[in-house]
Design a protein around this ligand. Sequence first.
Ligand code: ADP
Ligand code: MG
Length: 315
Amino acid sequence: MNTLDPGPLGDPAPGTPVPAEKGVLIGDEERAEALAAPAAPAGRRARRDGAEASAQPGVATTGDPSQPVVRIRGLRKSFGDLEVLHGIDLDVHAGEHVVLFGPSGSGKSTVLRSINLLEEPNSGSVCVDGVEYGPGLPGEEPAKRGKPIELRRKVGMVFQQFNLFPHLTALENVALPLRSVKGMKADDASRKAAESLRQVGLLQRAAHYPGQLSGGQQQRVAIARALSQDPKVMLFDEPTSALDPELVGEVLRVMHELAEAGMTMVVVTHELGFAREIGDLNVFMDAGVVVETGSSELFDHPTDPRCQDFMRAVR
Ligand SMILES: Nc1ncnc2c1ncn2[C@@H]1O[C@H](COP(=O)(O)OP(=O)(O)O)[C@@H](O)[C@H]1O
Ligand SMILES: [Mg+2]
């Protein structure tokens, strides 16, 4: 991204209250809170009920509840001569929370990165929101593939590293892609960014620069940035791995709230306690294949020896 202008908000001194909307100063917490829409009720998980999920404000789900939001078939990926994904199948339904776990190097990040085409699969079907974005299975190349730019609007991604612009405030970090990717007007982008910061509990930090925020707060800004695009699905790649232990909880709490609000999520994590809480479908990967899947039962009673070994090692 090369559009780094701070936009109409200017370039205030760190900590200076910034107008997010006419007459409202971020930093004036009470008034700023009023700017954002009421929080989505922390209802029961929508799971596979697309109709229920789409009724949640701020939570985008697939139009057709019978269709998975993400449907992967036969996904293969090589780096040079080395094939690292050997044919992955995965369905993620609206409101469902899928946890990917397994040893380092097993291909978890590559699966996530293939879902939004940060990695181009060598073969396989990657269908998101009913549109094919993958190269297709051998002999079944799709007649039409969706554009990566459209795909990235549907898929929010949160990385281990927060990737925030250090010279932009929290609000600007969220608002910038709303302007540059979604083409929103500055006022609308600021309003939407403030709403997303509220959702992660950081509205009162909107005028702070990344350097003034803790790692946990920076990761919550990164979550707000992804969330602000109203994605159909959010992908999290070890979002707490770079954090000091005392900061992990606040990020998991925000993810928990998103899950409870019905967001469709795919989460790569080593936090198996958290995985047990939110994982509707838990997927154990090893050496580029899906070895075993299951509900939280999988953590107590893995059947495959590779999964058993892994569980023993992480306990
Ligand atoms: N850009 C790349 N170039 C070469 N090899 C890669 C690249 N990205 C990942 N790999 C290899 O692919 C395999 C799977 O990696 P990754 O998906 O990052 O695993 P995980 O996230 O489970 O740790 C590893 O062997 C890794 O070294
Ligand atoms: Mg990884």
